[in-house]
Design a protein around this ligand. Sequence first.
Ligand code: 0GY
Length: 304
Amino acid sequence: MEFTKTSGWLDWCAVPSKPNFKLPAGAIDAHCHVFGPGGEFNYAPERKYTPCDASKHQLYALREHLGFDRNVVVQATCHGADNRALLDALRNSAGKARGVATVRRSVSDAELQAMHDAGVRGVRFNFVKRLVDFTPKDELLEIAGRIAKLGWHVVIYFESVDLPELWDFFTSLPTTIVVDHMGRPDVAKSVDSSEFELFLTFMREHPNVWSKVSCPERLSVTGPKALSGERNAYADVVPFARRVVEEFPNRVLWGTDWPHPNLKDHMPDDGLLVDFIPHIAPTSELQQKMLVDNPMRLYWPEEV
Ligand code: 0GY
């Protein structure tokens, strides 16, 4: 079937630079997506955007180019709860990709088991209103209870202003919880603002909560321009991500977010994004935890 991209949609960067930062051996890109290809895996009728295609082959080529060893592929909302493209990517990864799916209450135990066998280790609950329609909390709790039995975790995506309202629901979840992109802080505010402090408190009080310190390109106000000729793009996001990494070194993950859905101003150079890492995780010990040890514990525990 033919699809027309959402107007103004930016395609992913076809020629990313080589990062200066050398990733540690076994590094995992723990947040990325595949889109279609739409001709093979239709985009969901209920989607809020239509992306450009971004295939598993292109994702795995980027992994080699940047120097990652493995991927965690996260179901994107343009595929709804149709996980075929995700499962196809996992099954064709030679064991180098695991995944996070989106499911509805109607999913059968046999379908969950088939997803587990393909490499799914989590489900994503999305609360970003521009991306999804509302799902009742009792449905999400029911799903969380079922996937907990498989040893999976829940990935949550929300805007920072919505954390107070969602707090009780999040803290009632029975699994490990992984927050996408630090709960999307407003980086125009101070890193000491009450809003970001609430997020840190959320992590402090709940040892089952982890965070992806990803997506500077999505959170940044100053944008990709480098200061003083260095490869230090998205500098305004650094204090936020660094604070999370330094306080919770055993509960942070990092990912490229390739192919970067819904960016309207600029498309990041993925090589430059990798060069963001040493600014937020300045020691080799922190880098090893964030890029290798933590994602291995969550997604490949049998190898740890
Ligand atoms: C991200 C961010 C976004 C989109 C999605 O599944 C999605 O459509 O996650 C966004 O638009 O902020 O993590 O990819």
